[in-house]
Design a protein around this ligand. Sequence first.
Ligand code: SAH
Ligand code: TMP
Ligand code: ZN
Length: 409
Amino acid sequence: MSTSSPCRVCDGAVSEFFEFGRQPLADAFLVPGADTSKEFFFRLAVGVCDACTMVQLMEEVPREQMFHETYPYYSSGSAFMRSHFENLAKELLTTEVGGEDPFVVEMGSNDGIFLKALADSGVRHLGIEPSGDVADVAASKGIRVRKSFFEESVAKEVAAQDGQADVIYAANTLSHIDYMDSVLDGVKALLKPSGVFVFEDPYLGDIVTRTSFDQIYDEHVYFFTLRSVQAMAARHGLELVDAERIPVHGGEVRYTVAPAGQRKPSEAVAKLLADEDAQKLGDIATLEGFGRSVLKIRDDLISLLRKLKDEGKRVVAYGATAKSATVTNLCGIGPDLVEFVCDSTVAKQGKLTPGTHIPVREPAAFSQPYPDYALLFAWNHAEEIMAKEQAFRAAGGQWIHYVPDVHVV
Ligand code: SAH
Ligand code: TMP
Ligand code: ZN
């Protein structure tokens, strides 16, 4: 049954194109023995706005339920991502923050993975991060952090206290915030007229091309395209002036937005917009096609795991990602099909995965002894993980992938 709701970023209406059903919070790992009758579930479904083409969740979860003292995602767990953010910080040092006494603000600074290089270079900065434990880790690295949610009132307080910013940066955070009007009005107030707002998030173009449906979970409220970002920015006196596809987290775009009329949009903007039009990214028919591909992956993955179980094979998963909550709960993958998930995050180890309650163990458990198959939940970190787990394949183990389709290597 198709449903409709008001768009969060314009006056249009959002038409639903896919429903995942009841899903838990993707980062709500349980302590073994916890009262599972109290586990929180919500209806996960996605739709597209008929006016601005923004793809978004049909229902959102209150922010304090997702981002709090014990939010368990630590960005610095990936060496590849550490160098990704360090490279960007260095690049900005030579471009946007080369002037006198520059000021950089990051929303969603997490454990300081991006701001560290700027702090070490003596650049005036502020991380705005609501999740307590991860913010404490950043502070322990010498990073200046304010423990709050970025929103208009906070942005205005920061501007009054520290002055306007040369750069406001957000990685994998803007797409997490449903109250976009407040955020963009805050960005407008906090940014110097000559400044830029740079943000990077999973790209709808990649999600559709690769059927990476596991990018859809409670924390990801929006799935941006240049088209939808352009429309959203324009409503707040901002303008999309540059965009770049970046090969992280399965495919993202880094958007650069400036106060309207201040900078000439780059040729990349026109080119990527044309690519999106050719791909018909904003069309509900394209998105309904994506939904059919999701169901095929679900059916193929369940069949494969059941077949392996019938054959008496051991299957373990790798990476207790937030994304995997969508996969396990859509497919009904519990400890009967996957023995445990190994993950390097100490805060997740010894817990159970949300909804389907697979035990999470430390990476050392992977080789004691190796399973027959490993289901790669952290597929966006495949290169890094394959490199450190080479001995698994050498011992005869095989990896199960489900993006862009179910296959074994
Ligand atoms: N930037 C890091 C972290 C991404 S996870 C990276 O790319 O790896 C998203 C982060 O945004 C979390 O740390 C969460 O606590 C934070 N967050 C959520 N809502 C926010 C808001 N309104 N303002 C600032 N940070 C927010
Ligand atoms: P992400 O896909 O949201 O970044 O989450 C990656 C998860 O995988 C996170 O919980 C950390 C874990 N992980 C490992 O266990 N080993 C690794 O080598 C890497 C890169 C991540
Ligand atoms: Zn809209």
